[in-house]
Design a protein around this ligand. Structure first.
Ligand SMILES: Cc1ncc(COP(=O)(O)O)c(C=O)c1O
Length: 478
């Protein structure tokens, strides 16, 4: 198909007719329009898409808008670029019509205030993964939200499913950021992703039933499924072409937007194949989205956003976007499962503390949450660059960085014969809390996971100095 295969009329008509929220950023609207055209096969697999200049000219929009939309389509695997030959639509499996429209823009609100310094320095080690920039947390704004949350009606126990306003804010956020069309009645507030996974395992899996867990992956997930006596199999995102190997499993846990800890993304063809398989077999897909808010580039659509057959359960958390001590996360579940999950919630603990949920709802509703995330995304990008620079000027310069970029940590590969667990133990004694990569994949290659989000320039420099002291001698002895 030549470039004119996608005409102004096709797209213009489509943009007009679709229910895409006009408040969304222009690139996001174009992305959704194109994605829908691709999924509905209005634009065929293998077709070449127009150049950014041609499409921008045809639609009367800026080239940057088209570029951003194309980048997002490429990042999610709907377009593939061939060196020097332009961009083509990927060959994707067929799927029933999907939810792809109507995202809502996040609301803009009150003025931002300078940070109040923390009363005490929080104690975490250098280069410790999964710790956000606590020195940059908007303490005053959070305190204000907490203050407003304590009034007499809220001293009573709340809804075991979770505070209604918080659930509403969460669906608004997920709609704007991740393209998820869900109702607040589908959200169950949890004490974090970990508890979300525990609820899923308890409700959906009986002893002896087969489940598939991703490698590399968070060991806490495995503990949950061991606990219910599941028969555990493993898979890697790269091996998902062979669906037959997983045909028996009743449930899969996957991190499609950003693998933990390597950061890679599951492309659209594999997402669609997974959804089809889950539908055929009546199995569940659990989307663990723990690590995706700080991916480089625009926010990727959730797997949940493509599912119209109620097979995906989405697990989210505020541990990384706000602070791990908050202990608030959520599940977004198919409507048919809600009653069962709420009943389980009543049995386990009757629901979470009301004031913290009310404060979080206020923090989201008044725009503090989205502002904080925007700032942190910028800051983490800078901190990552600083750490990469320090490493490349150090004795560790030859060790490859193997993760996908962005995020709150980077992964450094070590020589194959090295024991990364032993190295991590020596580092902890020096005050550096790097994690061994084999903690997340015991059969994988050795490496170190180095957090950078919580550390300013001085702490990063000190961390790299200590790394050099521990790792450097072994490198020079090779
Ligand atoms: C991939 C992944 N999922 C879930 C969790 C649990 O997070 P939470 O603090 O929300 O319970 C973690 C924590 O490190 C994680 O890495």
């Amino acid at each position: 198909m030549d470039e004119t295969g996608l005409t102004r009329t096709d797209l213009g008509l489509f943009l007009e007719l679709s229910a895409i929220d006009p408040e969304l950023p222009a690139y996001r609207r174009l992305f959704l329009a194109l994605r829908r055209s691709i999924l509905k096969r209005h634009i065929a697999g293998g077709a070449r898409v127009p150049s950014t200049r041609t499409l921008a000219g045809a639609l009367g929009i800026s080239r940057n808008t088209v570029k951003s939309a194309y980048e997002l389509l490429q990042a999610e695997g709907y377009l593939v670029s061939r060196r020097g030959a332009g961009c083509y639509v990927a060959d994707l499996p067929e799927i029933a019509p999907v939810h792809v429209d109507g995202e809502q823009a996040s609301a803009a609100r009150s003025a931002w205030e300078p940070q109040a310094p923390p009363a005490q320095n929080p104690s975490y080690q250098l280069l410790q993964p999964a710790v956000p920039a606590l020195d940059q947390f908007p303490y005053r704004r959070w305190q204000r939200a907490l203050q407003s949350s304590v009034s007499s009606p809220r001293l009573l126990a709340g809804d075991p499913q979770g505070d209604a306003r918080l659930r509403q804010e969460i669906v608004r956020w997920l709609s704007a950021q991740r393209g998820m069309q869900a109702d607040a009645s589908q959200v169950v507030i949890t004490s974090g992703s970990q508890q979300g996974l525990y609820l899923v395992a308890n409700e959906l899996i009986a002893a002896g039933e087969p489940v598939a867990l991703e490698l590399p992956g968070f060991p806490g997930t495995e503990r949950v499924f061991e606990r219910v006596g599941a028969q555990i199999e493993h898979f890697r995102q790269q091996d998902l072409d062979d669906m037959e190997a997983l045909s028996r499993v009743k449930l899969m846990v996957i991190t499609p937007s950003r693998n933990f800890p390597l950061g890679h993304t599951l492309p659209a063809d594999r997402r669609l194949a997974l959804l089809n398989r889950a539908h055929e077999k009546g199995s569940w897909l659990v989307e663990d989205d723990y690590d995706s808010e700080f991916s480089a580039g625009p926010a990727l659509s959730a797997l949940f956003s493509l599912d119209n057959r109620e097979r995906v359960i989405y697990a989210g958390t505020f541990s990384r976007t706000l602070f791990p001590g908050l202990r608030i996360g959520y599940l977004v579940i198919p409507k048919g499962l809600v009653d069962r999950f709420v009943a389980l919630r009543r049995i386990i603990d009757g629901g979470l503390s009301t004031p913290a949920q009310v404060a979080l709802a206020e923090f989201m509703a008044n725009g503090d949450y989205s502002r904080h995330l925007r700032r942190m995304k910028r800051l983490y990008g800078q901190r990552r660059q600083q750490l990469e620079q320090l490493l490349s000027n150090s004795a560790l310069a030859n060790l490859p960085v193997i993760d996908a970029g962005g995020g709150m940590h980077l992964c450094l590969q070590l020589p194959d014969s090295w024991d990364d667990h032993a190295l991590a133990q020596s580092l902890v004694k020096k005050g550096v809390s790097a994690r061994a990569l084999r903690l997340y994949d015991s059969a994988g290659r050795p490496g170190l996971v180095l957090g950078f989000a919580a550390d300013g320039a001085e702490r990063l420099a000190r961390g790299v100095q200590l790394l050099e002291q521990v790792v450097g001698p072994a490198l020079s002895g090779r």
